[in-house]
Design a protein around this ligand. Structure first.
Ligand code: PEP
Length: 252
């Protein structure tokens, strides 16, 4: 039995003051929803403010990225030790990081190994581009991303990993995939790749989310699928009623 999981990726949105307002309002409503693991991922600058407001609310806090090194001469970067001071979770390998900041599977994997070292729960993103989707390369691409991004960690740690299947063509476009198609990728591509890395039992225990234009209108279609355990939500996570309704829909 996998506990449903819903995370909000705020991307580069909200100042510290705006974060305080949104976190306060969200937490008032989300704290009463049980049976789903809830995580908010505001920008680095707002993590401290969010952390103070979320104390005791039963809502987790995540960073949107981190460096893999513990410390050193990496101007502008944030280390896993720093993330760990405020967060339990970290998003790794989001497609925007892969596309705009040249993050490869190898870099994502280094960050994952670092998450293991520093006891962070990673949300690892995989997903094909529109061009790959149209060329029918989804399975090949997602399988490779999963195998290469998630290699070389222990099966015990692997159970904590959350994978987000996010077709790039569905992110921020308002053009979500559909439940059956997304479930097929999770069931036939992601879980088999996880099984090869960690064995069947662990592969079945790992939560796999769908992400890409999830709204309160389509969330149940994804959550109703047997292999989809929740959602990574971008745009709709900034709208209180939308994110609350999506979170509520994830409760089994
Ligand atoms: C995301 O940023 O991970 C995402 C899925 O965005 P959106 O929900 O806006 O498509």
């Amino acid at each position: 039995m996998r506990t449903p999981f819903v995370a909000g990726n705020w991307k580069m949105n909200k100042t510290i003051a705006e974060t305080r307002e949104l976190v306060f309002k969200l937490s008032m409503k989300l704290r009463d929803i049980h049976g789903v693991e809830k995580v908010l991922c505001p920008p680095f600058m707002s993590l401290m403010a969010a952390s103070a407001l979320l104390e005791g609310a039963g809502i987790g806090l995540g960073a949107q990225n981190m460096h893999w090194e513990e410390k050193g001469a990496f101007t502008g970067e944030v280390s896993p030790v720093m993330v760990k001071e405020l967060c339990k979770y970290v998003i790794l390998g989001h497609s925007e990081r892969r596309a705009y900041f040249n993050e490869t599977d190898d870099i994502v994997n280094r960050k994952l190994i670092s998450a293991q070292t520093f006891d962070l729960t990673p949300i690892v993103c995989v997903g094909e581009t529109l061009e790959q989707y149209e060329s029918k390369l989804t399975r090949e691409v997602v399988s490779r991303q999963t195998s290469q991004s998630l290699r070389d960690v222990s099966p015990a740690f692997a159970q904590r990993i959350v994978v987000a299947y996010e077709p790039v063509w569905a992110i921020g476009t308002g053009k979500a995939s559909n439940g059956l198609e997304a479930n097929a990728v999770v069931k036939d591509v992601i879980r088999p790749a996880l099984a090869k890395l960690f064995g069947d039992e662990t592969a079945q225990a790992i939560r796999v989310l769908y992400g890409g234009s999830v709204t309160s209108a389509n969330a149940s279609e994804f959550f109703g699928q047997p292999d989809i355990d929740g959602a990574l939500v971008g745009g709709a996570s900034l709208k209180i009623d939308e994110f609350v309704a999506i979170t509520q829909a994830a409760v089994i």
